[in-house]
Design a protein around this ligand. Sequence first.
Ligand SMILES: C[S@@+](CC[C@H](N)C(=O)[O-])C[C@H]1O[C@@H](n2cnc3c(N)ncnc32)[C@H](O)[C@@H]1O
Length: 396
Amino acid sequence: MQQHSSFSLPEPDADSMAHSERVADHLRATIRDAGGEISFAEYMHHCLYAPGLGYYSAGSRKFGRSGDFVTAPEISSLFGSIVARQCTDVLGELESPAILEFGAGSGKLAVDILRELTQPGAVIGCNYKILEVSADLRQRQEACIRSAMPEQAGRVEWIDAIPAEFSGVVIANEVLDALPVERFVRRDAGVNQVCVTTSGPGFELVERPAPDRLVAAVGAIEESLGDALPDGYASELSLAAPQWIADIASALRQGLVLLFDYGVGRREYYAPERAGGWLRCHFRHHAHDDPLVLPGIQDLTTWVDFTAIAEAADANGLDIAGFVTQAQFLIGGGVDRYLAEFANLTTDARLKLSSEIKLLTLPSEMGEHFKCLGLSRGVLATPSAFGFADRITSLG
Ligand SMILES: C[S@@+](CC[C@H](N)C(=O)[O-])C[C@H]1O[C@@H](n2cnc3c(N)ncnc32)[C@H](O)[C@@H]1O
């Protein structure tokens, strides 16, 4: 199975190209050491996270207009401000309130949340932990927070692993989509795993009989769909994501988990018309579907099967607090409060704010594809953002 690049991408500069060649060398050595091929999940892991080399581990600019993609916190501080307000009731129930953010990117969301939470009259004394797998991004986060709010920087602590016990609010914006996925092809004879091997100067996708764990995971999906996927159906599934949820659940004593990402429920994820799967590659704001080009300098990402996340949460004793689109979350979370301030703004500021709100909420932008799944344990408060609408039935 080979994918051809029948699209044109911007030309990477010489330094980026040289870096990608180093990542390709690393992948070739890894494939050779593994006996000639590695699973797609391993390939994705190395492309994104190989120390000092991977897309998230090396120093390239990823977020924002000069990078490869833009995330909600990078679009507007309004996102972090609303998320923070949605956390306050739960934080107020706890003796030592804390926030744990996974994959904090540039650090912008942490700044916006802390700014909102430390305003006069707001929750005081809330500590902020960040668990970031990329050493490079961690440095950028530290610099961003220190420069934006030096007086609050002492509240922020970077941790290397999920704490044994945690009470508070866990936040992850676009982390699930960055966890490596397995790609599989359903054949009448069984399930095949998509692997990556070398081919001339580049790489090639090949199908191999899937290991038991992947066969069982595809079988569980088919069982919940009530039917076998058709012969030749290719898609992805994450073995890493349910484990990540299990690890969070095992740490969470009391609190709320807010997961923001692009994704859908399982029926839509494995619908007949999605027979090619949900993997996307991003390079300089161009989206395409060839993961084998530009290793290490393009982002590889997959939409999330939110049913799988809800199942993992349920299996590990977490309650589903809500499931809504990003637009519903922001509207239910009080975006109108910001609109009410319109009258006090200059024309430029009004235009800026209305363009940010449109990007975050319009169905054709981030409003519909992006969802927020809320999980909870042992708290009384449910964020008002989940009161505006309820998409939980779409997870069934
Ligand atoms: C798409 S970026 C999103 C960054 C940021 N949250 C934002 O919205 O701009 C994914 C982030 O998740 C981090 N990441 C990936 N896997 C992770 C894991 N298992 N634990 C913590 N962070 C992780 C990446 O290094 C990166 O910072």
